[in-house]
Design a protein around this ligand. Structure first.
Ligand SMILES: Cc1cc2nc3c(=O)[nH]c(=O)nc-3n(C[C@H](O)[C@H](O)[C@H](O)COP(=O)(O)O)c2cc1C
Length: 206
């Protein structure tokens, strides 16, 4: 089995974590460094990460997440948001490619026009979908990169969005997409993996 397959197969959503374990900042830095390679539409890099380690804040996040006990035991809880206005930073992102000569001025202007027409033309609901789509892809890669470093995670949606927004001072331009608890899984409380569909139930070839 390749290392990659081992990571995919070993990743489980932790039910509970072993308490009082710190995640070295170095591990976070290395995970986030690799995470910059995640794909995103037009390379707009919509995802934002809020890493919560502070005990007092964790308690508030726990309250705002319907008291899901794993938050209390996790080494960190990470809130991942998607920026609905990521397209407004396109010039900043593409400026680098222009300076390096990867894009000439005409191509650069064309790219910005395409992005602007799409995100403004298709409007709010597209911007919202894009925030969720791109942050979700990033979050999956984050969980695999964490597992690669020996850290377990659990993706979570069962939280009060507005309370989390307020606690972390998240701007209205960002959609809270997922919460990910992270730490060392307490295996004594892990369950057998839930049944999966067979591939023929969710794949169609044409
Ligand atoms: C979008 C999403 C939201 C989830 N929300 C929660 C949650 O709020 N609380 C929780 O304990 N698990 C949550 N989970 C974890 C799932 O229950 C878990 O992924 C699923 O049962 C499959 O188990 P496995 O990840 O161990 O293979 C969520 C998973 C996803 C992908």
């Amino acid at each position: 089995m390749t290392d990659f397959l081992k990571i995919v197969r070993d990743r489980r959503s932790a039910n509970k974590f072993i308490e009082n374990i710190n995640i070295p900042r170095k591990d976070f830095h290395e995970i986030f460094e690799e995470l910059t390679l995640a794909p995103s539409a037009f390379n707009l890099q919509h995802a934002r990460y809020y890493v919560i380690e502070d005990k007092e804040l964790t308690d508030k996040v726990y309250e705002a997440s319907f008291k899901q006990y794993k938050i209390k035991t996790a080494s960190a809880t990470i809130v991942i948001t998607g920026d609905k206005k990521a397209h407004l930073n396109a010039s900043e992102i593409y400026e680098g490619s222009k300076m390096l000569g990867i894009l000439d001025k005409t191509e650069y202007n064309m790219m910005l026009d395409i992005i602007n027409n799409l995100y403004e033309g298709w409007g709010e609901s597209f911007q919202h979908d894009e925030a969720i789509r791109n942050a979700s892809l990033s979050a999956m890669l984050f969980m695999l990169l964490a597992k690669n470093k020996g850290w377990d995670t659990c993706p979570m949606i069962y939280f009060e969005k507005d309370k989390i927004r307020e606690l972390l001072n998240i701007s209205d331009n960002e959609v809270p997409v997922l919460m990910v608890t992270m730490g060392k899984m307490d295996k004594s409380s892990s369950k057998i993996r839930g049944a999966r569909k067979t591939t023929s139930e969710f794949v169609k070839f044409y």
